[in-house]
Design a protein around this ligand. Structure first.
Ligand SMILES: C[S@@+](CC[C@H](N)C(=O)[O-])C[C@H]1O[C@@H](n2cnc3c(N)ncnc32)[C@H](O)[C@@H]1O
Length: 239
């Protein structure tokens, strides 16, 4: 299993430590390293979410709350955001306050694999760039399924791998050479931006990921490749 620091600690502790380390610079690096494209991808998720008209949404691995804030801004009445990393949640809470959205968005520290919510609570759930970091992917997806109402959508945005020439080759060079260098200089965390392409490389994408969603209780599945498949949106519904 690819882990951020490849120490003897388990993946969950390492992921938490890594995001605590990079939380202060996370937004800057996110937008810089993706050349701002991540914002367009998140907007796409929000358009899909809006089509379901959910009242209450759970944003898992919410990080600094970008997606939660976008959901609240398009009229979702209540957004719960949960994340393993205390520092990411702190950054998120600062942004939620700055946007005067504290009545709508509630963020808390917690684990996607053991969500602190009752069964069938949410009209919809989202995860952006989070599932790749779960220590136990299926445990996470199953617990997300548990807290969704029957038929509710689960919308995931995750990196995948481009397959066409020359995007595949350019992307490989960028993600394994340029991105770790810039990430190391700005975040001061040597491993965080090496872990990013390594974890994308081993993560099940496309049909393989849909298969796992199906095993975890989702149906009505579809995938939407974005930007030559650099990322993919997956949509499923609680069966
Ligand atoms: C790449 S960040 C994405 C943050 C945010 N969703 C975004 O789009 O910018 C991944 C986040 O997943 C969180 N995470 C990883 N495993 C988690 C788990 N088991 N439960 C909750 N959050 C988790 C990390 O702490 C981190 O904040």
């Amino acid at each position: 299993m690819v882990q951020p620091y490849n120490s003897s600690d388990d993946k969950k502790n390492e992921v938490r430590a890594m995001f605590n380390n990079i939380a202060r610079n996370y937004d800057l690096l996110n937008h810089l390293l993706s050349l701002g494209i991540d914002v367009l991808w998140r907007k796409r998720i929000i358009r899909i979410l809006q089509s379901y008209k959910p009242d209450n949404v759970l944003d898992i691995a919410t990080g600094t709350a970008d997606l939660a804030i976008m959901a609240a801004k398009v009229g979702v009445r209540s957004v719960a955001g949960i994340d393993l990393s205390e520092m990411m949640i702190e950054e998120g809470n600062n942004k939620v306050s700055a946007c005067s959205l504290t009545k709508i968005i509630k963020l808390e520290v917690g684990d996607a694999e053991q969500l602190p919510y009752k069964d069938e609570m949410f009209d919809a759930a989202t995860v952006a760039f989070g599932v790749r970091n779960f220590a136990d992917l299926k445990a996470g997806l199953r617990d997300i399924n548990r807290v969704l109402k029957s038929g509710a959508p689960f919308i995931i945005l995750e990196f995948s791998k481009p397959v066409v020439f020359p995007v595949k080759q350019l992307y490989h060079f960028y993600s394994f050479y340029i991105l770790p260098l810039l990430g190391r200089v700005i975040s001061k965390d040597k491993r965080a931006y090496m872990y990013l392409p390594e974890s994308i490389n081993v993560f099940p994408a496309g049909d393989d990921f849909l298969e796992i969603m199906s095993e975890c209780g989702f149906s009505g599945l579809k995938q939407i490749p974005l930007s030559f498949r650099i990322a993919t949106i997956y949509v499923g519904h609680k069966s």
